[in-house]
Design a protein. Structure first.
Length: 387
C-alpha cells in the first residue's frame, strides 16, 4: 500500500499508512535506523531525502510522521521527543510580545511550561474556560496568535467546540491548536473540524503500551509544517528511532484498542454513575454529561478516561489504594487500567486556588480504563466500593 492511499478508512490506515517495504530487503516492518549520521556520496551532497544527520532526518521517524499525518487527516506529521516538546515547538513559532489564549484545565505540565518557561521569554498567556466560546472571544487581543485547547480536558472531561473555536481564532488571524491526546485520532480528528494543529502526547493512547515517551503533531499546511521541522531541527527535541518504531507498532492496533477502550470506558462510567458511594461521574458518553450532544457531534467514541468525585481524600484513598486491576500511577491510555488522584499527582503543579476553582479536589479520582475483560474491571471496582 502506498503512502498516498489516504482514501482508505481508519483501521486500514492505522496498519499501513507510512509503512513501505524497506527498499534493500523488502522488510515489511520499517527498520529501526539506529544511526546518527549518513555517508555522503560527494562533498556537500547528501543522499536524496536530505539524509545528512540524524537530528534532521531519520527514515523510522519519517514513517511514523506519515502515519500520524494520515490518521489525523493532515498533510504532514512531525514527531518529537515528548508531548510537551511537541507543544513547545508549536508555541515557539511565536515571538516575545505575542499572546496565547489557553483553556484553563489543560494537562498540568502544559500550565507549568506556559507559566514558568515560555512566559519568561515574553509570550503572554490568558486562561479561560474554553467551553464558553464567548469567554475565548473576550480574551482575544490584537496580539493573540494562538488558541490552545484540550478536549476532552484532563481530568474534568470538559469539551470545547473545535469548529466554533477554529472559526473564532481565524477571524482574529490566530491559529487553533488542539491537544488531542485524550480523544485519540480514532475518536476525534480536529483538523477535519478546522483546527490548524492537532497534537498528541503519543505516550498515551497513540502508542498505547506504556513503554515510550513521545509527541506528535499533524498539520494540513505546508508552511506550518516547515516551521515545525525548522524549530525541531534548531531546538533538537527529536525522538529516537527505537521509540519511533515502537510507536509505529503501537499504532497498528490503535483502532482495535480504542474500540475496546470506548466500550470499557462506557461500561465503567455507567456502573459508577449508579453507585451510591460515588457523588458524580464525568464522562462525555453519559447522557448526564452537560456537553453530551457536542460529544456526539465531534467525537466518534468517548475513550476509556472516566473521572469521578467521591467527596473526600479519605474516600479517595479507600477507593484507589486497594484496587487490583487498576494500578495507582500517573499517565493514561495504555492497555492496562490505571487510577490517578489528579490534585495530588498529575496536577500537583497547578496552583491550588486554580485547581480548586476547576473542581480538581482531593475527592476527584481519574480512571484510565484499560482493555482487560470488563467483568474483571467492574468486579474490582465493586469489591472496593462495597468494602
Ligand atoms: C501526558 C500529556 C501531555 C504531555 O506529554 P508528555 O509525552 O508526557 O510530554 C500533554 N497533554 C496531555 C493531555 C497529556 O495527557
Amino acid at each position: 500500500m502506498s503512502n498516498a492511499s489516504t482514501d482508505f478508512s481508519f483501521g486500514t490506515k492505522a496498519i499501513h499508512a507510512g509503512v513501505e517495504p524497506e527498499p534493500v530487503t523488502g522488510a515489511i516492518m520499517t527498520p529501526i535506523f539506529q544511526t546518527s549520521t549518513y555517508v555522503q556520496p560527494a562533498v556537500g551532497e547528501p543522499r536524496a531525502g536530505s539524509y545528512d544527520y540524524g537530528r534532521t532526518a531519520n527514515p523510522t521517524r519519517e514513517a511514523l510522521e506519515a502515519s500520524i499525518a494520515a490518521l489525523e487527516s493532515g498533510s504532514h506529521g512531525v514527531a518529537f521527543a515528548s508531548g510537551l516538546a511537541a507543544l513547545e515547538a508549536i508555541v515557539k513559532r511565536l515571538s516575545a510580545g505575542d499572546h496565547v489564549v489557553s483553556e484553563e484545565n489543560t494537562y498540568g505540565g502544559t500550565t507549568r511550561m506556559f507559566n514558568h518557561v515560555l512566559s519568561r521569554l515574553g509570550i503572554e498567556f490568558t486562561y479561560v474556560d474554553a467551553r464558553d466560546v464567548d469567554a475565548v472571544a473576550s480574551a482575544m487581543r490584537p496580539n493573540t496568535k494562538l488558541v490552545h485547547v484540550e478536549t476532552p480536558t484532563n481530568p474534568m472531561m470538559k469539551l470545547c467546540d473545535i469548529r466554533a473555536l477554529a472559526d473564532l481564532a481565524h477571524a482574529h488571524d490566530a491559529l487553533l491548536c488542539v491537544d488531542n491526546t485524550f480523544a485519540s485520532p480514532f475518536n476525534q480528528r480536529p483538523l477535519e473540524l478546522g483546527a490548524d494543529f492537532t497534537m498528541h502526547s503519543s505516550t498515551k493512547y497513540v502508542n498505547g503500551h506504556s513503554d515510550v515517551i513521545g509527541g506528535l503533531v499533524a498539520v494540513r499546511d505546508d508552511a506550518l509544517a516547515d516551521d515545525l521541522f525548522f524549530i525541531r531541527k534548531s531546538s533538537g527535541a527529536v525522538p529516537g528511532p527505537m521509540d519511533c518504531f515502537l510507536t509505529l507498532r503501537g499504532i497498528k492496533t490503535l483502532h482495535v484498542r480504542m474500540m475496546r477502550h470506548n466500550e470499557n470506558g462506557q461500561a465503567v462510567a455507567e456502573f459508577l454513575e449508579g453507585h451510591p458511594r460515588v457523588d458524580r461521574v464525568l464522562y462525555p458518553g453519559l447522557a448526564s454529561h452537560e456537553q453530551h450532544d457536542l460529544a456526539k457531534s465531534q467525537m466518534g467514541g468517548f475513550t476509556g478516561m472516566v473521572s469521578v468525585d467521591v467527596g473526600t481524600l479519605a474516600r479517595t484513598r479507600a477507593l484507589t489504594e486497594h484496587l487490583k486491576i487498576f494500578s495507582l500511577a500517573e499517565s493514561l491510555g495504555g492497555v492496562e487500567s490505571l487510577v490517578n488522584v489528579p490534585a495530588l499527582m498529575t496536577h500537583g503543579s497547578v496552583p491550588e486556588d486554580r485547581r480548586e476553582a476547576m473542581g480538581i479536589t482531593p475527592g476527584l479520582v481519574r480512571f484510565s480504563v484499560g482493555i482487560e475483560d470488563i467483568d474483571d474491571i467492574i468486579a474490582d471496582l465493586d469489591r472496593v466500593l462495597s468494602a
